[in-house]
Ligand binder design. Sequence first.
Ligand code: ADE
Ligand code: ZN
Length: 341
Amino acid sequence: MAEDFASPAERAAFIAGLPKAELHLHIEGSLEPELMFELAQRNQVAIPFASVAEVRAAYAFSNLQDFLDIYYQGMGVLHTEQDFHDLTAAYCARAHADAVRHIEIFFDPQGHTTRGVAFGTVIAGITRALDDARERYGMTSKLILCFLRHLSEADAEATLDEALPYLDRIDGVGLDSSEVGHPPSKFARVFARAKDLGLRIVAHAGEEGPPAYVHEALDLLQVDRIDHGNRSLEDAALVKRLADEGITLTVCPLSNLKLCVVDNIADHPLKTMLDAGLRATVNSDDPSYFGGYVNANYVAVADALDLSKADLVTLARNSFTGSFLSDAAKAAHLAAIDAYA
Ligand code: ADE
Ligand code: ZN
């Protein structure tokens, strides 16, 4: 047991109150089975499950694609502005309970517009809940539009066109979905246009894909952060570059376990990343599918790797340092962490 804590329970209690930001969260991945059923009924959408227990039993994945197939099916219950509001409001309430003070959340518009849901409907519901969360909890937020990388760059370009009227509510663009076979280079032009529009840039890279995809995300997309980045550790020169450039990695331990990126949580590379000087953070990715919100991710990895109080404070500090908040806001959050610790 790390000497700062008398027991795992004491460490969990420290994590519970530790002020933190969440930087890697797909809002559609926070759809709990209970809400899925409620929305299926509300919208008269058929779902291939008879009970909440049956849904949870279906959440056994052997890789990313296994999960994505059920994730895209699940989001099919989302139709109205109220649905997107309720989904986002539920996540914000849950994050607030985990002492999350700031969120930077992804949404997958192509998962909705391809089903006939208007881009504006998605944005209106999500942003109304984010505005409520700011009012209710003092929780600040950024919204990141992710392009689905299994679709074409032309589709991503059309999605960016659809986003143009809403850029006052969109802070960045990202890249998600099936990684292998869909390298960042496929999207170089659309990301260049997004950057010219003043948007922040992130991309999933090195989750299942090789270190070369992380290099491409840095060189061709000019990312501000890397989502996941686990496989960067296979390339010593890349590790040095990420450390030297202070690139934040949004790491998702329970996701990595559920999608078999690691075989065992004790094999998780988070501590190795910290020891290598990488700016790693802890996030929940798709909490309803992977079995835990952000604090559960901290606890799982802290217990498995026996993280110290200093490690946990570093992770929480990294979550704000790596955010897209202003320098003044970051400083205020870092001071709150120091006061807590
Ligand atoms: N979409 C939702 N979660 C994802 C993940 N972990 N990797 C890639 N695409 C995703
Ligand atoms: Zn993700």
